[in-house]
Design a protein. Structure first.
Length: 236
């Protein structure tokens, strides 16, 4: 215990007196920003692609869009997120002459990556909605797009809410790779403390606890949202 106490004192000393707290706050902020904005981008992309996937393919445009979506989903689901980060940061964006900060690139890549997974989640959610809902919407004169937007997609989102929560948790944990493009996240922050104290056990234990606490809070939030939605369904 004495040895651990000494290591804890070293951690506190770096945290308080050598800017460790500032680095950790920055890392936590960047982790949450990348995960939250990445999920929002992913949900938007996922809804669009999910809708394209279920549109009847009688005409040329839906078939072309479906082909593009298939390539997109195949790429982002078939390559590791760290490869996507490196590819965008060091290859694609420089070729296009686009300059973005490492955090902005991380948000973009995580959003595109999440969109590929959310699209499959959303497609399953849309397919789980009773087909009679679409038929009822069309029967009262609504267009296919309006019926999807006003009737089908809201019900699909309710069905996939727990899975979206899992996707958010995965994004939180996957942000540990953004250090490959120079972004400061929780891993970089605690690695900074470990490097300055020459002791990594306590910093990494504290980092693990912070990740666990975030996951628990997200899980509780998702359960509260599910409970609220179930209550609204019963009232209806």
């Amino acid at each position: 215990m004495g040895d651990f106490g000494q290591k804890w004192d070293q951690f506190v000393d770096i945290f308080v007196n050598y800017g460790g707290s500032d680095v950790i706050i920055e890392g936590l902020r960047n982790t949450l920003i990348i995960a939250v904005l990445g999920l929002l981008i992913g949900i938007i992309i996922g809804i669009l692609i999910g809708a394209v996937r279920v549109v009847p393919k009688y005409k040329l445009l839906p078939r072309v869009l479906n082909g593009i979506c298939t390539v997109y989903v195949g790429f982002f689901r078939g390559t590791p997120v760290v490869v996507q980060l490196l590819l965008f940061y060091y290859v694609l964006l420089p070729i296009m002459g686009v300059q973005m900060s490492s955090v902005a690139v991380s948000i973009l890549v995580f959003g595109l990556n999440s969109g590929a997974y959310v699209s499959e989640i959303m497609r399953g959610g849309i397919m789980s909605v009773d087909p009679g809902q679409m038929e009822a919407g069309r029967a009262v004169g609504l267009s296919f797009a309006t019926t999807m937007r006003m009737i089908v997609i809201p019900q699909a989102v309710k069905n996939i809410l727990p899975t979206l929560g899992n996707e958010f948790i995965m994004l939180i944990k996957d942000t540990s790779v953004v250090s490959f493009v120079g972004a400061t996240d929780l891993y970089v922050a605690f690695n900074y403390i470990g490097s300055n104290s020459y002791e990594f056990m306590v910093p990494y234990l504290v980092m693990a606890v912070i990740y666990i606490v975030m996951v628990i809070l997200i899980t509780i939030g998702i359960r509260l949202m599910e409970r609220s939605l179930r209550k609204s369904d019963r009232r209806n």
